[in-house]
Design a protein around this ligand. Sequence first.
Ligand code: BGC
Length: 385
Amino acid sequence: MKLFILLLTFCALCRPCEISVAAGTNAFVPANPPEMKPLTDRTSPAHRTARLFQHGVNLGNYLEAPSDWGVRVSAGEFDQMHAEGFDHIRVPVGWHRHTGPGPDFIISPDFFGQVDFVVTNAFASHLAVLVNLHHFGEFDTNPVESTDRLLALWRQIAAHYAKFPPTLAFELLNEPHDHATTTVVNPIYARVLTDIRQTNPNRTLFVEPGNWGNIDELKNLVLPAADDNLIVSVHCYEPFRFTHQGAGWSGPDVKVQGIQFPGPPATPLVPDPALKLNPWVAEWIQNYNTLPTEKNPSSPAAFTGRLKLAHEWSEHYGRPVHVGEFGCYTKADPESRVRFYAAIRRTLEEQKLGWAVWDWSGSFRYWDKRKNEPVSGMREALFGK
Ligand code: BGC
């Protein structure tokens, strides 16, 4: 029964397989609605803060988890994060799970205490901190009906941290999706920003487009022109069938395991016929088995064009872009994982995008808690020359 509930929870979190072709390889054409005004100042408060949020790590599977997912974080670990080379942490937080009833939705002081533990220890270890609102599924299903609740949460969080140093940033919503499209969330973000600015006029705020923070959604974003302290957060899990192979919460199309990075494999991968793959997955595997690396769906071709697009969009609109999540589940073979992290990190840096890897010690881990050291090869992948 417990397993069943866990599976249901995972399915509810399921991110659809993103298209795996390289996007944005052609010349960038600005296409946002005319209300999205390009900003010209490259020394804006957001640009200055972005420099503090370059190489981060997500404290995943911890304060956002609906039940105990087994991640423990001790005060000493923040020093380890900093010593590894991370300059910030992204803290996914399930605030909505720890409140009293509406209309006030009072956040439990005990839960604030748990988040404060993370924030203050991270500061003590010289890490900047990005706190978000994660897995607020009711909002994705009913964004308009859930807006008051979103506002009530952010008013409290903003008031609680109003006096904290500027190295604390807030991210309004993780991966809006479903009915929470970019177009629907644009005016809702504007309302939340107005409220947060009452108590935190100078704090840097991160906003994420719809379709799970998809880079292709940047073109639909409309940000208030008068607010120059906003960073845009996007996520990139391409090549999804490689990074999410065996991820039970990501639907039937990622069941095939044994996919290496980069392809093609020395010996073709022959999926078990019992998996009854959808035709588009079978075709993907066929391409993976046969195409040369530069065109292979399990290769940097899956993310290079997208990340280039994010960079070009950022340059055009004068808004820093941060890649708040990328990573690979531990079901991929360890050598491929390391090659993947090294390749995407290189591309992120070529495109001058700040990043936060998913995750510290959860199921996409950087850190091996049992050995008290990074998973083999990960330090070189993220911080090597
Ligand atoms: C989710 C995690 C998941 C990760 C990779 C995150 O946004 O919160 O639960 O493991 O994406 O799919």
